[in-house]
Design a protein around this ligand. Structure first.
Ligand code: SAH
Ligand code: SF4
Ligand code: F3S
Length: 531
């Protein structure tokens, strides 16, 4: 609105020069969830999201440091970012996530020369304040919560739970899907895996208060999400750091191999799952039909959790249980605190309690001192378990982790060979696990249109060009999906987290559809909707 009196001009507030931002997210689900929170804060401050990094004048890079490659990917973009900054002097670059560790602050500027502001993961809620974008009315974030744990400086960030709850209450989490939502329940990691940078990047475990998580789940269900995934580096330790509460008086300490976790009268993951599963619609069905959690450390996977998995209808029949190695000596050197025997016992209990459960895992090959015989024991272990999916990686030495004191003595070429051997061995196992679903009817949560409408065709047609690894069948298109008139190629997940391709209506996205499985590849299924 133009002021009538020209003299009032100078009193008209300047349009705030708010940036167009782009968040580049690497790494795991926790990072994706953190990015949703940061994007939400920026949007709420009035900034607009740029469609690509090149259109942005504020680039937020949410880094991963799990392997060297994850860091070099971002280091490799510094030249490009610097050129963007040279062309646009008002452009700013923020780097956050697991690559920002207090102990190598100095090294950061050298490695990431295009970056203006570094934020540790626990400093992310300060983003607006540190950029000078917080409005006068906005609550100021907690600044400078740096704490020393042992010899390591980390942000203990007790405020993360608080800032998350505030963001949820303000509706400022920009969820990237309208079907599935991430729900962080515990930050940091107390485990002692010698190869892993996460405890150094994310600090010790801090559980979010029980009621705040249930409140967020309730808000998520009210917003119509069909699926919630509880997030934490190790969700099984949820609650051990919270205060005892008479409401949880029935919970007793369980002891698993090694260190004792004091869970007496404290909420645990099982209790949390039961509470979220207990949010019901008027007709008594779980308000969130699908509940998942990642990641579980095998060491503290309790009987209480297995019982909750068996009894809660919303909890999906799928478990990601990283084993890392099938050799006990290697597991010991990795500091994993369990043996293969303990792992197999846990798995047996779960499989007995939850029939049809799908199981996936993580494996590291070529860890310090891993012999050929030890690697072969891992292969044999994968065969014994029969995983639905295996995520494998070559060991990558991470600065400052305990394993730097061991020799990284498996040559790179040998690590690569072991990785390829493992992949080649797992593929037929995955295929066999998928074939077990042939002819069965499964519930699929449709979450993606994989091809545009084919309404121009009056006759049923084979969908588009290109093909994924699972394209099979008779000379078919992407994933072998045949679309009828007005149909599109869709994909979704079973409760067991298996990828399913199907043809149907574009507005099925977000719906639960019953599908008869007609084709199984090693990495995905294909089927036809029924009913
Ligand atoms: N908290 C999760 C894992 C997070 S990291 C858990 O314990 O399951 C995800 C995976 O990355 C790990 O399971 C491990 O297989 C792999 N990983 C971690 N550090 C690694 C390293 N230094 N080199 C190679 N792979 C690594
Ligand atoms: Fe890393 Fe181990 Fe913690 Fe997982 S449990 S984040 S592998 S230290
Ligand atoms: Fe990477 Fe950090 Fe996740 S190191 S895997 S982004 S916790």
């Amino acid at each position: 609105m133009a002021p009538d009196d020209g003299r009032l001009h100078e009193f008209r507030p300047e349009p705030r020069a708010l940036p167009h931002f782009f968040v580049w997210t690497l790494g795991c689900q926790m990072n994706r969830s953190d990015s949703e929170e940061m994007a939400g804060r920026l949007l709420q401050a009035g900034a607009a999201e740029a469609p690509t990094m090149d259109d942005a004048d504020l680039v937020v890079i949410n880094t991963c440091a799990i392997r060297e490659l994850a860091e070099t990917k971002v280091i490799g973009r510094q030249g490009h970012l610097q050129r963007m900054k040279d062309a646009n002097p008002s452009m700013r670059v923020v780097l956050t996530g697991c690559a920002v560790r207090e102990r190598d602050r100095d090294g950061l500027e050298r490695r990431y020369p295009a970056v203006d502001l570094f934020l540790r993961p626990d400093e992310e809620p300060e983003l607006l304040d540190r950029l000078g974008l917080a409005s006068a009315q906005a609550p100021v974030g907690v600044i400078g919560a740096t704490t020393v744990v042992g010899r390591t400086v980390v942000g203990v960030a007790d405020h993360l739970a608080m800032t998350r709850a505030a963001a949820v209450a303000a509706g400022s989490v920009r969820r990237s899907s309208s079907v599935s939502a991430w729900l962080p329940i515990i930050y940091g990691c107390d485990k002692t895996c010698t190869y892993c940078i996460v405890p150094f990047s994310r600090g010790p475990e801090r559980s979010r208060p029980f009621d705040e998580i249930v409140d967020e789940a309730r808000a998520i269900s009210a917003q119509g999400f069909r699926e919630v995934t509880l997030l934490g580096q190790n969700v099984n330790s949820y609650g051990h750091d919270l205060a005892a509460d008479t409401r949880f008086g029935h919970i007793r300490t369980e002891r698993w191999a090694g260190r004792r976790l004091d869970l007496g009268s404290k909420p645990d993951l099982a209790e949390l799952i039961r509470a979220i599963d207990g949010i019901r619609t008027a007709d008594g069905a779980p308000a969130i039909p699908r509940l998942r959690f990642i990641t579980s450390h095998p060491w503290d996977l309790s009987d209480r959790l297995i019982e909750a998995m068996a009894e809660c209808p919303s909890l999906c029949e799928s478990l990601h249980l990283p084993v890392q190695s099938g050799d006990d000596d290697v597991l010991r050197r990795m500091g994993r605190q369990y043996s293969t025997e303990h792992y197999l016992e846990r798995l047996e209990s779960i499989r007995a309690a939850v029939p049809d459960i799908t199981v996936s895992t993580d494996v590291i090959v070529g860890f310090c001192g891993e012999t050929e015989a030890q690697f072969e024991r891992t292969l044999a272990f994968l065969e014994t378990v029969g995983y639905d999916q295996v995520f494998s990686a070559a060991y990558s030495e991470r600065p400052g982790t305990p394993a730097t004191h061991l020799a990284d003595d498996v040559p790179t070429a040998e690590k690569r060979r072991r990785l390829n051997t493992l992949l080649a061995m797992q593929e037929p196992i995955g295929l066999e696990r998928n074939r077990a679903w042939l002819g069965r009817e499964v519930e699929v949560l449709v979450d993606l249109v994989t091809r545009k409408r084919s309404h121009e065709h009056d006759e049923p047609s084979v969908a588009g060009e290109g093909s994924g690894p699972d394209a099979g069948g008779e000379g078919s298109g992407p994933h072998g999906v045949r679309t009828g008139p007005g149909q599109v190629a869709l994909s979704g997940r079973t409760r067991g987290n298996k990828l399913v391709h199907l043809a149907g209506d574009a507005d099925w996205v977000g719906s639960l559809v019953t599908v008869r499985i007609e084709h199984a590849g090693p990495y995905a299924l294909r089927g036809t909707p029924v009913g």
